[in-house]
Design a protein around this ligand. Sequence first.
Ligand code: HEM
Length: 407
Amino acid sequence: MTASDLTVGPARRGVLASAVGAAGAAALAGWTAGAPHPAANDPGPDPRLAAAGATRPFRGARQAGIADSPQTYAAFVALDLAGAVDATVVRRLLTVLTEDIDRLMAGRGPLTDQEPELAGVPAALTVTVGIGPRVVAGVGAPAPAWLAPLPPFTVDRLEERWSGTDLLLQVCANSPTTVAHAQRRLLTGLAPLTTLRWVQRGFREPHEGPGLPMRNLFGQVDGTVQPDVHGLDEALLWCGGDQPAWLREGSALVLRRIRMNLDTWDQVDRLSRENAIGRRLDTGAPVTAPPGADALAPPDLDAQDSLGFHIIDDGAHLRRAHAQAPHERFLRRPYSYDDPPAPGELSDSGLLFAAFMADPVRQFVPVQQRLAEKDLLNIWTTPVGSAVFAILPGAREGEILGEALLA
Ligand code: HEM
């Protein structure tokens, strides 16, 4: 690595600090002097280090962490307001949050940060803020009809500990240290006003290399079919004129914790696994696509085999999840989780199924209903948590998050 490798993004000082931390000051001095890398067989530091100084903008009409590319690590942090909820408390809360997030995303850290070196590596940090119904009612603002628990589905085995709360922080970055530090600073800043309910941590990556898709822990290529939220399908993601004015340019987050039973999945042969989803495991291409096709090849839902059966099974996840109307679509931004298993079990793994959209009742519920009625994946998956949050619009220069909510 040379000095010029260290100039990605505005927070150059942060990258240097991180590089020194990772490789040790002596090693860094050795490289810049042209000496051999201390471990010549080693491919070198994680390439992500080169992007450690990358920042994403906090200020704007919409919050970051939604339509931008998903970072590698996430923590979904859910809190409740400690006492009665009124406009004064909510303003205080959102003022603290705005200040802290603004600084953290810029790689500076809150004023009280005792570990500014950790904040100096923003690693594309985003903190996205959502609120629950009690906050909206507490400030006397009108609530959208969808800001409530989803209706029950037959597949649900929901545990109260993962349910909706007053406040949700989605903290994402390309460094787990950055996520942990941001989470800690935010919680410290909010401590006098809130109690922590739960934290759900996840990860995702282009597993086989940069630019390649995410694979979930079933080994499937995940996240292929998405609406074009930067173009024609923008209105599927952001709240518009048909919603309360304070939500304009905001969104909705549905966060479902879905356990994936890796032990019973292990007992399934490859063909049955591909049949369950309707896609090949190696490339993620639809099972109807010709050999050599990639994940983006269109599925042929009508194709039949010689016996007249659909090649994409009637219960395949692809078929059941596929939109049957243009509005039945949303942006999936899931993270895998792999937590310590309970005594006697081998895994506690699954998806933190995070989906953003303008209106969950209209867009999400019909799809989830169809999956609950019939989806081969249900054999191995169980929703154990479910929550819906209103994602605030962004904070423009000089504003706090929720400015319109409190107007
Ligand atoms: C652990 C649970 C789940 C797993 C492992 C899973 C996995 C997958 C995979 C591998 C695909 C194919 C590739 C892709 O297009 O991304 C897919 C597609 C999709 N999934 Fe899921 N999924 C899960 C739960 C859900 C849930 C709860 C929903 C919504 C209620 C959902 C909605 C969709 C949609 C809309 C598609 C695209 C369908 C299309 O081709 O049009 N999935 N999922």
